[in-house]
Design a protein around this ligand. Structure first.
Ligand code: MN
Length: 250
């Protein structure tokens, strides 16, 4: 993990404090927990599911996403999905052990609250990993992934255009996706609200490789109605090494 030393220190410090306070041994707080408010800390440490530490700071993605949007998005919106997922899990699953993927694959069996928040938690945890502050100026897919993108879409540019169109044309709130389908082919699509391609209710089905949050909360402070500008800038911070890893793994 490429965590800078000062983040590692805070991470260990805060994880230790929280573990002591709650009598837990596995609690993990995000790397920037020392800067987070009490309401967030309380939310974060309760329940089965937790937000994973961000591997960068809220102000690290400003090429595409402003600091305040990152902070509110992570500590309020995404934290709320996690908290509400834990509530739904307690009331609908209780003490049985189910993974998030198990739940998503049979999401039609659960409540709308579970659908919104299991999706919301999965989607945001993936979204943070799809982005990096370390992208180079020419930020494009490489290797096996690039070969397959060119094979399935004609060119990297054609792929980006099609993905951006999916993101722009998703009416209201939702997500754009690059997935690998059952046959190993790359497919672009979008889902409404917090649905995702792992859900049995989703028309778009497959292994998620890359996702883009097009809810207004993801971009409105800086871009207002200009979703297309947000998407155009977002390509500059995509972590293609993450996408390639997802593509190559089984
Ligand atoms: Mn979001």
């Amino acid at each position: 993990m490429k965590t800078p030393e000062y983040n590692r220190r805070n991470f260990i410090l805060n994880a230790g404090k929280a573990s002591l306070a709650l009598g837990l041994s596995t609690t993990v707080l995000p790397a920037f927990a020392n800067t987070l408010d009490e309401e967030y800390k309380k939310r974060f440490v309760e329940g089965k599911f937790q937000q994973q530490p961000l591997l960068y700071k809220f102000d690290s993605l400003q090429t595409a996403i402003d600091t305040q949007t990152m902070e509110i998005h992570f500590t309020k919106h995404a934290a709320a999905y996690c908290k509400n997922l834990n509530e739904a899990y307690l009331s609908e699953i209780g003490t049985k052990s189910k993974s998030l993927e198990d739940i998503l694959q049979k999401i039609s069996k659960y409540s709308p609250k579970m659908r919104n928040n299991a999706g919301g938690h999965f989607n945001h945890e993936m979204f943070w990993k799809c982005m990096t502050p370390n992208a180079t100026a020419d930020n494009n897919p490489t290797g096996n992934l690039a070969d397959n993108i060119i094979g399935d879409f004609g060119s990297v540019e054609a792929f980006k255009t099609q993905f951006a169109d999916a993101a722009k044309s998703r009416f209201g709130s939702g997500w754009a996706w690059l997935i690998k389908n059952k046959k190993g082919k790359l497919v672009i699509g979008s889902t409404a609200n917090q649905d995702n391609p792992l859900m049995d209710v989703s028309e778009l089905k497959g292994k998620p490789l890359l996702c883009l949050d097009v809810w207004e909360h993801a971009y409105y402070l800086r871009y207002q109605n200009k979703r297309a500008d947000y998407i155009a800038n977002w390509w500059k911070i995509v972590d293609w090494s993450f996408v390639e890893k997802k593509f190559d793994e089984k």
